[in-house]
Design a protein around this ligand. Structure first.
Ligand SMILES: C[S@@+](CC[C@H](N)C(=O)[O-])C[C@H]1O[C@@H](n2cnc3c(N)ncnc32)[C@H](O)[C@@H]1O
Length: 143
């Protein structure tokens, strides 16, 4: 089978969402914006699936160690959103069940949903062992 691939690198907030897709993946990439922008992108993803199409989304939750660190140091700029001077971007965090609730609609079938914490090794930006809080979902548009 010959597949044609169009690759495009851009800020998802500027992406036109003017087509329908069979698969939309947003894996740990919608963290870095305000919660209001996150919600807008989720709405656009929901509107941009073909029937039978699947989206997978994962993002940090308020159980993430960085949420606690932000919350101890500063006020949120909006709902569960902080501005990071270090990375010069916003970070937003999901509340319990929040990601699942965005797809609580009879048109969507939730294929899997998990919220969990996971230890991470030191890496660039966080040079010590730390805990991530993650919510992830796979959803199919069924009608
Ligand atoms: C933690 S990495 C995850 C990369 C990959 N999805 C993975 O799971 O390994 C976050 C990615 O989100 C991208 N990203 C951050 N803000 C974005 C935005 N506004 N629009 C599109 N991509 C963005 C970054 O460029 C980076 O590649």
């Amino acid at each position: 089978m010959k597949l044609e691939l169009n690759a495009n690198v851009q800020d998802i907030r500027q992406f036109p969402f003017d087509k329908k897709y069979d698969v939309i993946l947003a894996i740990q990439s919608l963290v870095f914006m305000k919660k209001s922008e996150f919600k807008t992108i989720i709405s656009k993803i929901k509107e941009s699936l073909n029937v039978g199409g699947v989206t997978m989304v994962s993002s940090f939750t308020t159980a993430d160690a960085s949420y606690t660190q932000f919350a101890q140091k500063r006020e949120p700029v909006e709902e569960d959103t902080f501005y990071s001077e270090g990375s010069k971007q916003y970070w937003n965090f999901l509340e319990k069940d929040e990601l699942k609730n965005y797809f609580a609609d009879e048109k969507f079938k939730i294929l899997s949903y998990e919220e969990f914490t996971k230890e991470d090794n030191p890496h660039e930006g966080t040079p010590y062992p730390h805990q991530h809080g993650i919510a992830r979902i796979a959803v199919e548009l069924i009608k």
